[in-house]
Design a protein around this ligand. Structure first.
Ligand SMILES: Cc1cc2nc3c(=O)[nH]c(=O)nc-3n(C[C@H](O)[C@H](O)[C@H](O)COP(=O)(O)O)c2cc1C
Length: 170
């Protein structure tokens, strides 16, 4: 017997509905960072992170094909996927916004591959780009994980187009 809470009536996938339906999938929030040849740090907020393979350890992020940062994600380039903690909503907003210097006032240090590792994250994957695959209006960047970092703390969560916490603040 079908329940009242089942998925509702099926509707054709127009763009607005597609966004809304995707927003029902709760994710963590990451900031993907890299450095250009002149040493300048670059980064953007990304929630399309997924682990792909255990052996070898592969992960992916899906990046809007119009994003300038993609030039830096050629095969062999290093990047860090910084998993944000629940108190880092401001960082998420900053790395998705048009600001002159996204790293201004943000504490970070170079990882073992040179890419920016942000302070205060609950996890970090330091990776080398394996391949970039075109998929519609996005590019799927598949990267092999070389080093990882773990820290205590709760994640920042994104659900229904809003930031959430796993537990309510006391
Ligand atoms: C919570 C959140 C998740 C996001 N996830 C992605 C993503 O997975 N892929 C992507 O290309 N953009 C994503 N964005 C949007 C980018 O962060 C934003 O378009 C980008 O920083 C713009 O950079 P630009 O000004 O350098 O083009 C996300 C934004 C937010 C707030």
């Amino acid at each position: 017997m079908s329940s009242q809470k089942a998925s509702g009536a099926a509707e054709p996938a127009d763009a607005a509905l597609f966004r809304r339906v995707c927003s029902r999938f709760a994710t963590g929030v990451t900031v993907v960072t890299t450095r250009s040849a002149d040493g300048n740090p670059h980064g953007l907020t990304v929630n399309s992170f997924t682990s792909v393979s255990l052996d070898p350890p592969l992960v992916l992020v899906s990046i809007d094909a119009r994003n300038q940062v993609l030039e830096r994600f050629a095969e062999g380039a290093s990047l860090a996927i910084n998993v944000l903690a629940e108190d880092q909503q401001e960082i998420s907003t900053r790395f998705a916004a048009t600001v002159d210097d996204r790293f201004g006032g943000v504490r970070w240090a170079p990882g073992l591959l040179g890419e920016p590792v942000l302070d205060g994250c609950i996890a970090c994957f330091e990776c080398l780009v394996d391949k970039a695959v075109e998929a519609g209006d996005h590019i799927i960047v598949i990267a092999v994980v070389k080093n990882m970092r773990l820290a205590d703390g709760e994640p920042l969560v994104f659900f229904d187009s809003a930031y959430r916490r796993l537990r309510s603040p006391d």
